[in-house]
Design a protein around this ligand. Structure first.
Ligand SMILES: [Fe+2]
Ligand SMILES: [Fe+2]
Length: 180
């Protein structure tokens, strides 16, 4: 089996076992947005896209959507460590492992071209699947201000104008709900 397919299987199985089907969907959508933002994405970027949040399958929701810098650092490092372990067991090349680990370890902030594609794809997956739903939930709980901050934070992470354009309608709808 092709390595990417094995990674897909590993991530889907891990999240399914953890009863986190929304995370399976998030991984699939992040991978999809990578193909839209960078059609010639290499294997390392594709793998990083599918596996970027893998620690959540093993350690649960300890971070609870927090954008605290220390929590994000830990989340990225833990995910990088988990996918590294898997790729080592599959005897992937050290070069590929280093690249995947480097990408996953910076997926929340972007950086070089591929890290930024991954970060933008992650944000798009968030906007299309979670922003509006979470906005409705938080509004019911009276947590509008907290959610506005979160949505602004995720939107501010998007670097490319193409990705911002795609995210904009979801951003506007969520903000409309929260400010209504
Ligand atoms: Fe993440
Ligand atoms: Fe993510």
């Amino acid at each position: 089996m092709q390595l990417y397919k094995k990674v897909e299987q590993f991530v889907v199985d891990a999240f399914t076992k953890a009863e986190k089907s929304t995370d399976v969907f998030h991984a699939q959508r992040t991978a999809y947005w990578i193909t839209q933002l960078k059609p010639d994405a290499d294997e390392a970027l594709q793998i990083a896209g599918f596996a970027h949040d893998i620690e959540r399958a093993f350690y649960g929701d300890w971070k609870k959507g927090s954008s605290d810098a220390d929590a994000l650092r830990k989340h990225q490092d833990m995910s990088a460590a988990e996918i590294t372990k898997f790729l080592r067991a599959e005897h992937a090349s050290e070069e590929l492992i280093d690249r995947v680990s480097y990408l996953v370890a910076h997926h929340e902030e972007g950086g070089d071209v591929d890290q930024t594609v991954l970060c933008d794809a992650d944000c798009l997956a968030y906007f299309e699947e979670k922003a509006v739903r979470n906005a409705k939930e938080k509004k019911q709980q009276g947590k509008n201000a907290e959610m506005i901050k979160k949505i602004d934070y995720v939107f501010s992470r998007i670097a490319s104008s193409k990705a911002r354009e795609i995210a904009r309608p979801f951003y506007d709808e969520a903000m409309h709900i929260l400010r209504d």
